[in-house]
Design a protein around this ligand. Sequence first.
Ligand SMILES: [Zn+2]
Length: 160
Amino acid sequence: MPPKPLARVTDPAQLDQATGPQAKLELRVPASWLVEGCALEVAVPKVLCCARCDGGGCDSCGRGGALRAPAELSQRTIQMNLPGEHTTAVQLRIAQPFDDSEIDQLLVHLHPGAPTTTGVRRVGTRMQLAPASLASWVQPALKIALVLLAILLLALALTR
Ligand SMILES: [Zn+2]
């Protein structure tokens, strides 16, 4: 099964307010990847550090300090898009990173350095994912434009 693309970007304000379990993941990647931007495939470890308490234990992680990713490797292998134009560390936030998991958000810290963290693979150039907000705006606008064009053509045909 191919890793599912992470196109489900939700409203950032909504993510800020989310109270569900958040896990964090520290990754080291070549500095050039952060500068150029690229698509990554990451085999996420089975056990992740709780981002809310940094492993110390809180209500969100049941005091354990850790959160579990799916046991199946294919279920916890995810793709992410590095935006590029970064010379220092980058943080990505992925909402609902796994299909079947208690983890609500995954905070991924990407630091420039070597060697690249095991399980991290560059799979291509930046994925051309339209931001959800843009796509949802463009589609209705396009439909309205087509309807207006149809009305205009009809009006022209009638006045002839
Ligand atoms: Zn915690």
